[in-house]
Design a protein around this ligand. Structure first.
Ligand SMILES: [Zn+2]
Length: 332
């Protein structure tokens, strides 16, 4: 091998003097197919290959390389705010290599459907009000549902919460979240409706096999369906911690007998040392107690300020007398 060829060979090894196809191949060899893979390097090589294909006039390959760069950057950085750009890079092509492989291909339409649903989930997390979250999660669920029993291609790589392997399971998971937030959005106007929505959520989470959410929802159902009368105003309320709460109070056996003999609601004192009060009565008492506490604190502050003022005057007086004594002493 002549010197020139040797230099060329070394150059290629470190990535100089490659043509577009070789640059594209490099993204696999020095990135995707490494053990462990280096997706950051793969992203850079694909992006460079895309530019080079464009210079060589091969637009199809330029698009493919660009789509790969977008996909591997998404997996590498896991920045879900870039989903829109990734989808845009995938849209012009019909097939891309499966993630982690060079030869096995997948249809981009399936991948785009998955990414669109993830985009809805992302919007749900960012929109901050229950009604919109309900809507976005429902849209995500519908997208995943259309994919049916197909495996998901990218969700697992993004380390997302919830099921990431099968589209159908993630569909149930998103539907459960949609029902859950729908319950939260209606609970203040109708705990009965919230209860119904939570039961739907519970059934979805069971189908999705997400036990932590199942437990959260079951706990909520137990509370939102419970009822008790208010000890103060006597009204029946539904929804513990929403429309009634247990307040610390002195209750004795006598009170149970009293309620029993007058056929009243024993649930008001079913928690020892507590009594149920509706949130209207409870908040009125709390607000009034707060007002008294603030008034008392202001009184104490006024009293203390006066006391400090007096002490201060005494100290000033003392230091003045000390100074005049010092002046007398210096003159002698
Ligand atoms: Zn009340």
């Amino acid at each position: 091998m002549g010197l020139f060829d040797k230099v060329k060979a070394v150059g290629k090894e470190i990535g100089i003097g490659l043509n577009a196809q070789e640059q594209y191949q490099r993204a696999y060899e020095k990135g995707v197919l490494l053990q462990p893979p280096d997706y950051s390097a793969a992203t850079k090589h694909f992006a460079k290959a895309s530019e080079m294909f464009l210079q060589e006039g091969d637009e199809d390959m330029a698009r493919l390389a660009k789509a790969n760069a977008a996909l591997y950057e998404l997996i590498d950085k896991r920045n879900l705010n870039t989903l829109r750009e990734v989808i845009r890079a995938l849209e012009p092509i019909t097939e891309v290599p499966c993630i982690g492989s060079q030869d096995e291909m997948m249809q981009t339409s399936l991948l785009i459907a998955e990414l669109r649903s993830l985009q809805c989930e992302e919007r749900a997390k960012q929109c901050g009000n229950y009604a919109d979250m309900t809507q976005e999660y429902m849209e995500a669920a519908e997208g995943f549902m259309k994919l049916g029993y197909a495996p998901l291609h990218i969700s697992e790589r993004l380390k997302l919460d919830g099921p990431v392997e099968k589209a159908i399971l993630r569909a149930f998971y998103c539907e459960g979240l949609s029902d859950y937030y729908s319950a939260l959005s209606v609970v203040l106007s109708s705990p009965v409706q919230a209860h119904d929505q939570m039961q739907k959520a519970a059934s979805c989470f069971r189908q999705a096999m997400v036990t932590d959410w199942s437990k959260t929802v079951d706990d909520y159902i137990a509370k939102v369906s419970s009822k008790s009368h208010c000890w103060m105003c006597g009204r029946e309320m539904q929804g513990e911690d929403v429309f009634f709460k247990y307040y610390p109070a002195e209750t004795e056996e006598y009170h149970s007998q009293l309620l029993e003999s007058s056929n009243e609601d024993l649930r008001m004192i079913d928690n020892t040392g507590h009594v149920t009060v509706c949130t209207v009565c409870g908040s009125a008492i709390e607000n009034q107690a707060d007002r008294y506490a603030t008034m008392r604190a202001d009184e104490v502050r006024a009293w203390a300020d006066q006391l400090f003022q007096q002490t201060n005057e005494v100290l000033m007086n003392h230091s003045e007398r000390l100074r005049s004594l010092e002046r007398v002493a210096h003159r002698h």
